[in-house]
Design a protein around this ligand. Structure first.
Ligand SMILES: NC(=O)c1ccc[n+]([C@@H]2O[C@H](COP(=O)([O-])OP(=O)(O)OC[C@H]3O[C@@H](n4cnc5c(N)ncnc54)[C@H](O)[C@@H]3O)[C@@H](O)[C@H]2O)c1
Length: 245
């Protein structure tokens, strides 16, 4: 039986749809499924089995089936999931049916790399504003956008309907920038600065820290080394199983 539906899809025009409250880990995996599904669609696949999708997304298939069941998507026995329909469902749940405007604050080394990246548009986002506190950076054009002074944030937020703020300033400035974003009504912040931000309830902050990812990999390296140092050592496959990869 095929069961595809948009969870909480509006029943009447103008009604605000209620979305299911998904587990955070499921939300974090949905973009992985989406990326894999887009690749499958580009390669001409109309349907995909849960095993095929789990391999393409790099996620265990039981976990994948459970995640998708939260969306009311169970696939069709013997056929699998309809690729286009599942893309629509995931994009709907992630709120990607509208391209959200992003303001990037801090246009230094990292900010330049982010501002120069063309890949966000295809994933549902538009970098709509670049802001920096350094007057020598103001006026520079990157990828068709001119860097504006951070003091212009209130005007920019309204003009561009900014939905998400990205902080790429030094850690010492990040809290102040977060406060400025919150003050203009931004309720979603992606923070690249290595610090904890304090924000009012209702504001979501996600943190990206490559150093933390490297430290986690360092732990696994350390552990693999300690296992191979055991008497007789461990074969590579056993080591991988031991660390759960
Ligand atoms: N998350 C990661 O994986 C990762 C990787 C690299 C860097 N970082 C972090 O990203 C941040 C930026 O790094 P970078 O190498 O681009 O630094 P950078 O010094 O090259 O750039 C920082 C920019 O922020 C601007 N700035 C400072 N205070 C500001 C304020 N109050 N408002 C607006 N702009 C302001 C500066 O003028 C500068 O242009 C740092 O916090 C760094 O630790 C994170």
């Amino acid at each position: 039986m095929s069961q595809h539906r948009h969870p909480g899809a509006p029943g009447r025009a103008g009604a605000v749809p209620t979305l299911p409250d998904l587990p955070e880990a499921t939300v974090a995996r949905l973009p992985e499924y989406l990326r894999a599904l887009h690749n499958l669609a580009d390669a001409g696949h109309e349907t995909v089995s849960s095993e095929g999708l789990s391999a393409a997304a790099g996620v265990n298939s039981a976990k994948l089936r459970k995640d998708l069941s939260h969306l009311g998507s169970y696939g069709t026995r013997g056929v699998g999931y309809d690729v286009t329909l599942l893309i629509e469902q995931i994009e709907y749940v992630l709120g990607l049916t509208q391209r959200r405007a992003v303001a990037l604050v801090g246009v230094g080394n990292l900010g330049h790399a982010l501002a120069g990246y063309d890949g966000f548009a295809g994933r549902g986002f538009r970098i709509a504003a670049l802001l920096d506190a350094d007057p020598s950076r103001v006026g520079e054009e990157i990828n068709g956008l001119v860097v504006r002074h951070v003091d212009e944030l209130p005007a920019v937020a309204v003009q561009e309907s900014i939905a998400i703020g990205v902080i790429a300033t030094p850690a010492a400035a990040a809290q102040r920038v977060a406060d400025q974003l919150v003050a203009v009504g931004v309720t979603s912040i992606l923070n690249f600065a290595p610090c904890v931000l304090s924000v009012p309830e209702g504001v979501d902050v996600r943190k990206v820290d490559l150093a933390i990812e490297l430290q986690i990999l360092s732990f696994h390296e350390h552990r693999k080394a300690s296992l191979t140092a055991l008497p007789g050592g461990l074969a590579a496959t056993e080591t991988q199983e031991a660390i759960g990869t």
